[in-house]
Structures are given as C-alpha cells and as structure tokens.
Unconditional design. Structure first.
Length: 387
C-alpha cells in the first residue's frame, strides 16, 4: 500500500531528527545505514532541514586517512521556544533553544487565578524574554504551557484544574490569539516527564516514569518516547489515589487523597508543630541533617507512603527509571531512601532506580519541550495558531 506522501515525509524527518538527537552528528551515509532510508531520501530530508535552519553541516575533518564525510547535526541554537509554567500566584518563564537549554528566565506575578490574568502574564513574559535575549519574535517556533490539571491536549483546553478552579478553559486558543504564535499546553507533570525523556535523565530510556511531589503529587509515564495521556487526559493523578478515606480534605474536594497527606506543604505542616508559620522545607532539611528525629520520621513516613503508591504504578507500568521532581526533592535521601525501600518491598520485579532531578528549571523547560516536541514528533497534536 502506498503511504500518504506528506505523512511519509513527516516520518522520515522525524527518523532523521531523532537519530541525530539521540546519537549526535552523523554523515549522510551513516544516516542511510542507521535509518534504512534510501540515499536520495536522506539527501532530500537533510537538505530541507538545513534550509529551515533546523540542521547544520559540521566541519569536514581531514585526517591521515584523507577527507572524511561532512557530518550534519541539529542546529539547537537556530530556533527558539518559550516555556511557561503556571503556578499559584506566578508564571515562570524560560526562553530556550531546541535542546531546551535556557537562554533567559524570569517570573511574572499573577494577581488572581482567572485564565485572563494568566494569559496576560504569559504574554508579558514572552515579550520580556525576547527583549532580555535580544532575539526576534520570528525565531520562536512556538510556546508551551505546563499547568496542573486535566488537559485536552488536542483541543488545547484545560478541562479541570482544581488548583485554579478552572473548567473547560480554551487556554491555548486564548494565549495564541494574544501572542500570535502556536501554543501547546499539557499537564505540568507530563511536561516535566517530556523534558526528562527528550533531554534529561530519561534520555537513554524508552519507558520513563516521572514523579512530582510539590504543591500536589502526580506521576507521568513516557512509553516509547510518547507521554501517555489516557482517554481524557486524566492519566497520572497519583496524588488523588485514596490513602485514607477518613483523612484530610484534598483540593479536589474529596477526602484522604495521598497529596492531602504528603504534598510538600503538607509534609512541612506535619513537622512545623509549634514552630513559626514561616519555617520552610529548607529549615526542615537542615533539622533532618542535624538529626532532628521528628523531621527524619515525618520525611521517612512521607517517603514510605508515597513509595507504596508508586509501587502500584511500577507494577503496572514497569518503567526503566523513575525521575523525581518538585519541591520535595529538596529533602534528598531523607525522603527518597524510604521511598526506594518501599518500592523494593512492594514491587514484584526489581524496582527501577529512583533519581532526583536537581535542575530547578525542568518544569519551564518541560513546558518549552512541548513545543520542541512538535519538531521531533510530527504526529503530535497540532498547535493553535491565531496569526
Ligand atoms: Zn484529591
């Protein structure tokens, strides 16, 4: 059966781009061998991508064996992406190149939780980033937004966000209209997982689990390079698994969800006791390091219980690695070692390594990766453009 030409062209581009992304510079002849594409097709695809400034030709090295073929590589600095992470009270923003390397970062305060306020803060952030980096608007290939919630990625709609009180907000279209650029949105933990898979700790793996422990608890899974979203974008809501039905009220309105017990603010609250309201996770870490038994036991309990729920995820998904992000990563091994022990106890197969992500900006970079991914995965949902 003869395939649709535009589809096979897109697939060939993706094959070449992902080969170069994973393995670094390669000559056209090496690309032919590695991809199984014909020499003519490789010449055509590579030529197109060079013209679009997505690929560039390296330097031909001349060694004792004579002239070597000219390698081509991804021109990571050639095009730019804006990544935005929506948090309570602020939008964190980053301007990246195609490797999600941050070129400029900033934070814009948001006065209220209305979608309009977030869209306005996003537009300001994008303009400021371009000004800081002294780059032109036309170098932007798109904007990615990471926001907590259940997201319809194809429609660019936030179906539900308990954190912001949103329901059926057409966020991508609203922002695209304001900034005149394609916009992609996804759940924040999905964006974090995508960053890990594309350029982070999950780069060499096919099945990657991501666990986020911050204001909420969530997980995400990348299978064969694709983030799993589920039927309605509701996958990965680990934090809303019931831990104890008689427990405290959760932001989702139900009782006893895992995150109502062990989100980062809940963990610090447990330890705070009669200490001043102002103590933070950093004070708690310092106490745990100094041997404060209460701090150590609260972190152990949190790690163990999250680990027990994470074991269910691992038993079902069997990831090669679990990358942990979010504010609770600050607690380090006081928190992660009990989680690893719980995993070892409750997974049927040997548990995957649990690796903290120490890059503080993975979330915004993950958001940027939503747009970058459009380049590497041409079958992804299309962005929303209002020019
Ligand atoms: Zn809940």
């Amino acid at each position: 059966m003869k395939g649709d030409q535009s589809t096979s062209r897109a697939m060939n581009r993706r094959l070449v781009l992902n080969l170069l992304r994973r393995n670094g510079p390669r000559s056209r002849a090496e690309i032919v061998v590695a991809t199984g594409l014909s020499p003519a097709t490789v010449t055509f695809v590579v030529g197109d991508l060079i013209e679009e400034t997505v690929l560039l030709e390296g330097l031909a090295s001349t060694g004792s064996t004579g002239r070597r073929p000219i390698p081509v590589e991804i021109n990571y600095a050639g095009r730019l992406v804006v990544g935005l992470q929506y948090r309570v009270g602020e939008v964190r923003a980053v301007l990246t190149d195609l490797s999600t390397k941050a070129l400029a970062t900033l934070s814009v305060p948001v006065g209220d939780v209305s979608p309009e306020a977030y869209v306005e803060a996003s537009a300001l952030a994008a303009e400021d980033l371009l000004r800081h980096a002294k780059r032109e608007r036309r170098s932007i290939i798109g904007i990615g937004v990471a926001t907590p919630g259940t997201i319809d990625i194809a429609g660019g709609i936030c179906r539900v966000s308990h954190r912001f009180g949103w329901r059926d907000v057409a966020l991508a279209a609203m922002l695209a209209e304001r900034v005149h650029a394609p916009v992609w949105i996804d759940d924040d933990t999905n964006a974090f997982a995508l960053a890990q898979q594309l350029f982070g700790l999950g780069r060499q793996h096919r099945t990657v689990g991501a666990l986020a422990v911050g204001v909420g608890i969530s997980c995400a899974v990348v299978v064969d390079g694709v983030v799993h979203h589920g039927a309605i974008g509701g996958a990965g809501k680990l934090g809303h698994c019931t831990h104890d039905p008689n427990g405290p009220k959760c932001e989702c309105g139900r009782r006893g969800c895992l995150q109502a017990f062990y989100s980062e603010p809940a963990i610090v609250d447990r330890w705070r006791g009669r200490r001043p309201r102002t103590v933070t996770r950093f004070d708690m870490l310092q106490a745990a390091d100094a041997g404060d038994e209460h701090a150590v036991s609260v972190l152990r309990e949190a790690g163990e219980n999250i680990g027990r729920h994470l074991a269910v995820f691992c038993n079902i998904v069997d990831p090669e690695i679990v990358v942990v992000g979010g504010e609770a990563v600050t607690f380090g091994d006081h928190f992660l070692d009990p989680m690893r022990a719980a995993l070892a106890q409750h997974t049927l197969s040997p548990p995957p390594p649990v690796m903290p992500d120490w890059q503080g900006d993975s979330w915004e970079r993950g958001a940027a990766a939503l747009a970058t991914q459009k380049l590497f995965d041409f079958e992804a949902a299309s962005g929303h453009i209002r020019a």
